[in-house]
Structures are given as structure tokens and as C-alpha cells.
Design a protein around this ligand. Structure first.
Ligand SMILES: [Zn+2]
Ligand SMILES: [Zn+2]
Length: 284
């Protein structure tokens, strides 16, 4: 048996991220400002995204088609706890670049699209952006598969306790997984970041799309129009990700289902017989 993160070690790592990451604010250039930025981010994320998740839930209940049974009320509380803990970690990470930005220091972000260009060619820069986007999403696919290995399962098992998730489980992931997903926010702190620029509004729009999509992926309902349109663009859907929660060993893609297609982990791309065979194989 290979190396496995035990619940005890996993718990210590997660707690170290939550509390250690908070204490790290003390070594920032201006701790008072850092904590102010952190709390504003944390409160802002909760105030915007929790009610939004509630609104989407309501909308789904009225207009959507239920995939599985609705979650029990106690599950909602667990989902909210896990999600708000993820927002805590995201705020811990984001406080660093936001503080740099507020102080007029060099950051990897710029509002000027042209300033984010490498050279002058629009075609080359568009290709570069597409490549960058694919690379980031490819990272999320492999991060997810890594978390499904015996070694790292501790950090992902809570997300899978939501067998039939709701919108409130969208970011219900462990602190360790939050760091793996949102850690690139710290890219800004590296010297190399001064060589690259990311366009804030373009980058922000993709992140916003991912947030909204992720809430839809966990809603537990489907809408025919969305389910028929997004797969044509290789974009993940509620039906696709819900199967990941119910079957666990398939559908690891987070934004693009392209990776499930290429890596042969996407049941929706198989025929029924192939799908059954794959599930039988996973069980044995
Ligand atoms: Zn998973
Ligand atoms: Zn999920």
C-alpha cells in the first residue's frame, strides 16, 4: 500500500492552512491593511455568492428538472460550512495580490488588454490566451484526479459526502483542495510575475463564468436548453457533474469536458454498454 494521508495528518494540514494562513497576514508589509482586505473579501464573497446560490436553488425548484432526490436540510448546513471555509481560504490567498494592487505595487494584473500582450500580434496573443486557458483547466482536471487517489482522498471525501449536491456545495471543498485550485492567485508574489501581465477584466470574466457554472454544476437540476447547448462546446453541465457525485470514478472535468473525452473518463461519451462495463470494472 502506498503513502496515504491519514485523517489525523489531513486534519492538521487543513487546520494549518485555515489558521496558519490567517496568521501569515502578520508578516505582510501592512498587517492592519492586510486584515482589512481579507475580511472585506471574505464577507463580500459570502454576501454575494451565498444569496446567489439561494436564488439559483429557488429558480431550479420552480423551472428545473430534478436529477436525484433533494438533499436533507442537515446536508445544506454542511455544504454551507464547507463552502464558507473555502471562501475563507480564497480570501487568504487573494488578500496578497489585492493589497499589492491597492498600494500601487507591481502586480501581474492590468486593466489594459494591450498591456497584457506579448509582442504586438493579435493572432498570436489570442492563441496564447486560449493555450493559457486550456493549461489552467487541464491543471484542474489532473488536480481532481489526484484528489481521487488513495493518497489524497482525505482532502476530497467531504465534497463527495454530498452524494446529491445542491448549489451550496459548489465550493464545498477542503482547505487543501482550495489551495490547489486557487493557489495560482499567489503567482503575483513571484518575481517572474513582473514579466507577465494578465488582463484583469478578461481573466475576471472567465473566473466569474467558472463560479456561475460551478453553482449550476451542483444545483441537482437540469435545463434542457443548457444541457443541449454546453456539451456541444465541451463545457461541463449539471447532468455531467452530478454523475461524478453519484458514481465518483468518472467525470473529473471541472470546466471543459474535453479532458474527460480525451482521457476516456466521460461516460456521456460512451454508449450504454461501454458505460456499464466501465462501472463494473471500477467496482471490481
Ligand atoms: Zn471528485
Ligand atoms: Zn462537485
Amino acid at each position: 500500500m502506498g503513502f496515504v494521508i491519514t485523517p489525523k495528518v489531513g486534519f492538521i494540514i487543513d487546520q494549518s492552512i485555515v489558521f496558519g494562513g490567517f496568521a501569515l497576514g502578520l508578516i505582510s508589509k501592512n498587517p492592519l491593511q492586510w486584515y482589512e482586505v481579507f475580511f472585506k473579501l471574505y464577507i463580500g464573497l459570502n454576501l454575494v455568492l451565498m444569496p446567489f446560490a439561494g436564488l439559483v436553488t429557488l429558480f431550479c425548484k420552480i423551472f428545473g428538472k430534478r436529477i436525484q432526490d433533494p438533499p436533507k436540510p442537515t446536508q445544506y448546513l454542511k455544504e454551507i460550512f464547507e463552502t464558507t471555509r473555502c471562501y475563507w481560504v480564497v480570501s487568504l490567498l487573494a488578500a496578497w495580490p489585492v493589497q499589492r494592487y491597492l498600494n500601487g505595487e507591481l502586480t501581474a494584473y492590468t486593466m489594459d488588454l494591450k498591456e497584457s500582450f506579448v509582442g504586438d500580434s493579435i493572432i498570436l496573443n489570442t492563441l496564447f490566451m486560449v493555450f493559457f486557458f486550456l493549461l489552467v483547466d487541464f491543471h484542474t482536471y489532473w488536480k481532481h484526479r489526484l484528489l481521487h487517489t488513495r493518497t489524497f482522498w482525505y482532502f476530497h471525501r467531504n465534497h463527495h459526502s454530498f452524494f446529491d449536491p445542491s448549489c451550496f456545495a459548489s465550493f464545498g471543498v477542503s482547505p487543501f483542495e482550495s489551495v490547489l485550485t486557487f493557489g495560482p492567485l499567489l503567482f503575483d508574489q513571484l518575481e517572474i510575475a513582473n514579466q507577465f501581465k494578465l488582463c484583469t477584466w478578461l481573466h475576471g470574466s472567465v473566473i466569474l463564468f467558472f463560479i456561475v457554472l460551478n453553482i449550476y454544476l451542483h444545483c441537482g437540476y437540469t435545463f434542457d436548453f443548457i444541457e443541449n447547448t454546453l456539451p456541444k462546446l465541451f463545457i461541463n453541465t449539471s447532468a455531467h457533474h452530478n454523475l461524478h457525485h453519484s458514481k465518483t470514478k468518472i467525470h473529473f472535468s471541472e470546466l471543459l469536458t474535453l479532458w474527460d473525452y480525451l482521457m476516456n473518463t466521460g461516460a456521456t461519451f460512451y454508449n450504454k454498454q461501454e458505460f456499464q462495463q466501465k462501472l463494473e470494472k471500477e467496482k471490481s
